[in-house]
Design a protein around this ligand. Sequence first.
Ligand SMILES: Cc1ncc(COP(=O)(O)O)c(C=O)c1O
Length: 398
Amino acid sequence: MNIATHPFDALMDITARPPAVFVRGEGSFLWDDSGKRYLDFMQGWAVNCLGHSPPVVADALAAQAKLLLTPSPAFYNAPSLTLARALTDHSCFDRVFFANSGAEANEGAIKLARRYGALHRHGAYEIITFNGAFHGRTLATMSASGKKAFEPLFEPKVPGFPKARLNDLASVKQLINDRTVAVMLEPIQGEAGVWPATDQFLRELRDLTTTHGLLLIVDEIQTGMGRTGKLFHYEHAGIEPDIMTLGKGIGGGVPLAALLATEAASCFQHGDQGGTFNGNPLMCAAGLAVLRAVAAPTFLKSVADAGLYLETELQRMSARHGLGAVRGRGLLLALDLKHPIGASIVAHAFDDGVLLNAPQPDALRFMPALNVSREQIAQMIDCLDAILTRMGAARRVA
Ligand SMILES: Cc1ncc(COP(=O)(O)O)c(C=O)c1O
């Protein structure tokens, strides 16, 4: 590894990173600058839904780059119009605002709900969110998040985000008052360690919010774009939310996100929302290529099948090593390790050329490319199996 040649200290030191510099990616594989190859089951935290540098995205970017990068957000451009229509055609929503990151899309959803409260609910502004939730790293989205580690940071927080408990309808009911305008949740809490809202809970939330005239906002930044075997997770529960945010997978590796709303909830007025790069044709051309691939007839079935295979293999391995349950859906799964050995497994896997993620000390999260092959899943399982055997042997010796 040629790390001595890289000027590491010019970047702000915001997180611990392994000493490797990645230079190339293709499908499920990444290469560092020493030529070492890694099998990637993180995929940029569920971003590269078609794997690294998929040809359809690279081609769309190259073609669009030669045509038009940005006319100005003050003007229409063809890729953003086409992508917006494709998203509304494939969902229960009528209107789309494009953003550059998931946090920005969620910030937009929060503003949209507050605008709705101002127009239709006598200035109501509170949005009920959930313990364990992760909605991003802007000040408002950190405030909306229910992540313990965020609690002491960057005080004072943005007010108006009372927290309920996931899958506990009574805890939501208790928080509803005249100031409430919306309920916002991730259908599967990803950062918290892949904790799903049950389909039943999602249906109950839809009924409850409808009864009280509240908006239901789903943050599908991690679960959307085919990740769980449906194009959008809310489809599993058979509900129609009022607002949805997308990020990560929608750009297939480039910074694109979206805020979608029904006509009734789409109440921004001129001047409320915007941004220099929002809906720029380059990113939207990539988004269109991704959506066409993911929404193709057999693709989502193949995601569901690969998810079942990965789940079964993880369950078998868990039984072999006395670990816990596998949770999640499609290709967003977590393995309960029962012990705080996640970071250690991730480090061993990195050395062995497999990229894994431990969102919590006692859980591993799996979010491979949606077109990951069975052979690649089997290869990752073999690697994990070997690491767990070594670690088990070491524990027994100690
Ligand atoms: C559910 C969810 N919402 C929001 C975000 C924030 O997205 P971004 O990092 O693109 O701002 C994430 C990122 O992990 C996420 O998983």
